[in-house]
Ligand binder design. Structure first.
Ligand code: HEM
Length: 179
């Protein structure tokens, strides 16, 4: 997984909880000596261990933590890839173009980057379906990112995010509608 995701997870835990919580999570995961560089790629097992221990420590299910973390990630992701974003895009356009622009660029940047495949079917101006496919089973993160995009584009009160499958599978379907 992309080092920037780890760097942001560290900042998320430090700001939502505190620095000692991050230290505890790294110790419980056997990763206390790790430094995460945004330009490197690290084993997926590290993120599973850190989020798994975070779930145990907080009592919040891992899927829910993924959602919250996904929401938190959005402003930084938008900043990192701002050159690829068209000024006229809003939430639904952003989701529609992620696979062909943002995730395509992420794949080019490092041979080991592997963002999920997002097949997006735009039903009409105000509605689309995202079919998420990833062996990482992080559909909760996808739901959180969509909610974070809605907040980013100031459409949070108009965007409904409705997963139509379990969020825990390798394939997750998410219906997104603007009212
Ligand atoms: C500004 C737009 C976006 C950017 C810049 C972006 C970038 C990234 C990056 C850098 C990763 C790490 C990939 C890796 O380490 O191999 C990632 C993973 C991920 N992205 Fe995106 N992404 C964007 C939008 C989205 C959207 C709209 C969704 C969902 C609808 C999404 C869902 C995910 C998920 C769930 C992962 C975790 C890895 C996995 O499940 O396999 N992303 N993204």
């Amino acid at each position: 997984m992309h080092g920037s995701i780890f760097a942001l997870l560290k900042r998320y835990v430090q700001t939502q909880y505190d620095h000692s919580t991050w230290v505890t999570l790294t110790e419980l995961s056997g990763l206390e000596t790790m430094e995460y560089d945004a330009k490197e790629v690290y084993p997926d097992e590290h993120i599973y261990a850190l989020v798994g221990h975070a779930a145990e420590q907080t009592g919040i299910p891992a899927g829910e933590l993924h959602e919250k973390f996904g929401e938190y990630l959005v402003p930084d992701l938008m900043y990192m890839y701002q050159k690829l974003i068209k000024p006229e895009w809003k939430t639904l356009d952003m989701i529609e173009h992620t696979e062909g622009t943002m995730h395509a660029r992420v794949r080019q940047e490092h041979e080991h980057n592997a963002p999920p495949v997002l097949k997006v079917t735009r039903l009409n101006e105000n509605e689309l379906i995202v079919d998420y496919v990833s062996p990482r089973r992080m559909g909760g993160l996808a739901v959180g990112i969509i909610r974070g995009l809605a907040t980013f584009f100031d459409e949070a009160d108009r965007i409904d995010v409705m997963p139509t499958t379990s969020e825990e599978g390798e394939r997750v379907s998410i219906h997104v509608r603007r009212t």
